[in-house]
Design a protein around this ligand. Structure first.
Ligand code: PLP
Ligand code: LYS
Length: 463
C-alpha cells in the first residue's frame, strides 16, 4: 500500500477555514486530550489504542466502520453524574443519545434511571431489565398505544407535553384502573445558546406547554382535577449541547416560580422538578464542558435559593443528561478508501461510512476532529475534508481538519466524541449498512450492537 505524499495536494489551503481548525496543530500525532478520552493513547509503534486494545486489532476483528465505545469510561461518567447529584436527586440517562440493551444494564448497575421517548426505547429498556418505576416516558406526540404500554408497564413518570395528552393519559390510566405519576413539561421562554434545531425552550417550537400567557398554570389546573393523574412535578428542558449555565438558572427560577404559584392557588407543593439534559461536550479543542459536580452544585444551589425565597420545601431534583454521559465515550473508526487532492483547495479523504453513521455535520453544521490512528506520520499537515461514500455532496463527516499529507488508502482514521446521536440517528441511506457498536473493556472488544447485514435490509422488503 502506498504511503507516498500527494504532490498535487495543498499542504495548507490558500484560504484557511474559520473556526477551531484555522491553523494546523503543532504535532499531528498528539491526541488532543480535550476530545479524546484518557483511555485512548498512541503507542510507540504509532498505533492508537483504547483501553489497551489497538485500533488495528479492532478493525481486523470487527471491520470498519465501527463505533468503538469504552465501557469503563461510560460507567465512570454515569457514576460521576450519580455521585455528583447524590441520593436526594435522580439522574435519568436520555436514551435518545444512544440506547442498547447492554447500555441499559450498565445504567441499571450504576444506579441511574432512564428517559425514553418512544415505544421502541421503552421496549429496549424493559427488555434489558430496567425497572419500570425508574423510567420516564417523554415525547410531544406519544401514541395512544405507547401511552397504554407505558401505563401498563408501570413507568415511574410520564412527562405530559400538551393539553390533549393530559386528558389522554388520564383516561387511559383510569381505564386501566391506575393513577399515573406525571410531570408537565413547560417551556420557560429561554433562548439556549446552541444550534437553533436543538434549542427547545424558546417560544416558537413544538415542545412543552408555554409558561407565557398562563398556559402552564392552566395545564396544572386541569391535571390536578383528573383522577387518573398524580401530578408529581414540573419539567423543563431548554436544549442540547449547551455550555452556558445561565439558561438553566433562568429555567430553574421560572420553574420554581410556577411551583410557588401552584402552592398559592391550590395549596399543593409539588415534590419534584426536572431540569432536563443538554450539557455540552467537547467536539473540538475550542469547547469547554462543565464537570457533573459543577453542574450539580450550580443547579442545586439555585433551586434551593429560589425555594427559600419562595418559602417552598426544596423539591427533589432530577436531570436527564444524554450526550454528556455517552458522547465522549466512543469514536468512529473508519478506513480510508480514496485520497483526492484538489489543488488550491483541500484534500478530500473518503471513508467507508459517512452521513449514514453521522448525520450531525450535515444536519447541524457540527464540528468534529479526526486523527490518523493506524500509524504515526511525520508528513506535513494538509487541510482535509473527511467525506463519506454516499451520493450526496453534503456527505461530510469532518468539514475542516488537518491530516498528514501522506494519507493513503488503507489508513485508519477515527473521529472522537461520536457516542451521542450518531448510532441513534444512523440511517440506511443508499442501503448502506449501519455499523456495529463495539464495547471495549478489560483489554478486549465485544459487539453490543451488531453490524447490519444485507439480509437485515431485505427482511423488510415485501414482494
Ligand atoms: C426531554 C429531553 N431530556 C433530555 C435530553 C438529552 O439531552 P442531551 O443529550 O443534550 O443531554 C433531551 C434531548 O435534547 C430531551 O429532549
Ligand atoms: N440529536 C441532537 C440533539 C437533540 C437532542 C434531543 N432533544 C444532536 O445530535 O445534537
Amino acid at each position: 500500500m502506498s504511503r507516498s505524499a500527494h504532490p498535487a495536494g495543498p499542504r495548507h489551503a490558500d484560504v484557511l477555514p474559520e473556526g477551531h481548525y484555522s491553523a494546523p496543530p503543532a504535532d499531528l500525532n498528539a491526541l488532543d486530550r480535550k476530545v479524546w478520552a484518557e483511555t485512548v493513547t498512541r503507542g510507540e509503534d504509532g498505533v492508537v489504542s483504547v483501553g489497551g486494545v489497538p485500533v488495528t486489532r479492532l478493525a481486523e476483528e470487527f471491520g470498519t466502520p465501527a463505533y468503538v465505545l469504552d465501557e469503563t469510561d461510560f460507567r465512570a461518567r454515569a457514576r460521576a453524574w450519580r455521585t455528583a447529584f447524590g441520593p436526594d436527586a435522580d439522574v435519568f440517562y436520555a436514551g435518545k443519545a444512544f440506547l442498547s440493551r447492554a447500555v441499559v444494564r450498565w445504567l441499571h448497575e450504576e444506579g441511574l434511571n432512564l428517559d425514553v421517548c418512544s415505544g421502541g426505547e421503552l421496549a429496549t429498556a424493559l427488555s434489558a431489565g430496567m425497572p419500570a418505576e425508574r423510567i420516564a416516558f417523554h415525547g410531544n406526540n406519544k401514541s395512544v398505544e405507547e401511552i397504554r404500554r407505558a401505563v401498563e408497564a408501570g413507568v415511574g413518570r410520564i412527562v405530559l407535553d400538551s393539553f390533549q395528552e393530559i386528558v389522554r393519559v388520564a383516561h387511559l390510566a383510569q381505564e386501566l384502573g391506575k393513577r399515573q405519576k406525571v410531570q408537565i413539561r413547560i417551556t420557560v421562554g429561554v433562548e439556549a445558546h446552541t444550534h437553533e434545531f436543538i434549542a427547545t425552550a424558546h417560544e416558537d417550537q413544538k415542545f412543552g406547554i408555554p409558561l407565557a400567557g398562563g398556559q402552564a398554570a392552566e395545564a396544572v389546573r386541569r391535571a390536578l382535577q383528573l383522577d387518573g393523574l398524580e401530578l408529581i412535578g414540573i419539567h423543563s428542558h431548554i436544549g442540547s449541547q449547551i455550555f452556558d449555565m445561565s439558561g438553566f438558572e433562568v429555567a430553574a427560577h421560572r420553574v420554581v416560580g410556577l411551583l410557588r404559584d401552584i402552592r398559592d392557588e391550590h395549596g399543593v407543593e409539588l415534590p419534584e422538578i426536572d431540569l432536563g439534559g443538554g450539557l455540552g461536550i467537547a467536539y473540538t479543542s475550542g469547547d469547554d464542558p462543565r464537570e457533573p459536580h459543577e453542574i450539580a452544585k450550580a443547579l442545586t444551589e439555585i433551586v434551593t435559593r429560589e425555594c427559600e425565597a419562595a418559602r417552598l420545601r426544596t423539591p427533589r431534583i432530577s436531570v436527564e443528561p444524554g450526550r454528556a454521559i455517552v458522547g465522549p465515550t466512543a469514536f468512529t473508526l473508519y478506513e480510508v478508501g480514496t485520497v483526492k487532492p484538489l489543488a488550491g483547495l483541500r484534500t478530500y479523504v473518503s471513508v467507508d461510512g459517512g452521513m449514514s453513521d453521522n448525520i450531525r455535520t450535515a444536519l447541524y453544521d457540527a464540528e468534529y476532529s479526526v486523527a490518523l490512528v493506524s500509524r504515526a506520520s511525520d508528513a506535513e499537515p494538509m487541510l482535509a475534508r473527511v467525506v463519506g461514500k454516499h451520493c450526496e455532496s453534503g456527505d461530510i463527516v469532518v468539514k475542516d481538519a488537518f491530516l498528514p499529507a501522506d494519507m493513503a488508502p488503507g489508513d485508519l482514521i477515527a473521529v472522537p466524541a461520536t457516542g451521542a446521536y450518531c448510532r441513534s440517528m444512523a440511517s440506511n441511506y443508499n442501503h448502506v449498512l449501519r455499523p456495529p457498536v463495539v464495547a471495549v473493556r478489560d483489554g478486549a472488544g465485544r459487539v453490543i450492537v451488531r453490524r447490519e447485514t444485507e439480509e437485515d435490509l431485505l427482511r423488510l422488503d415485501v414482494g
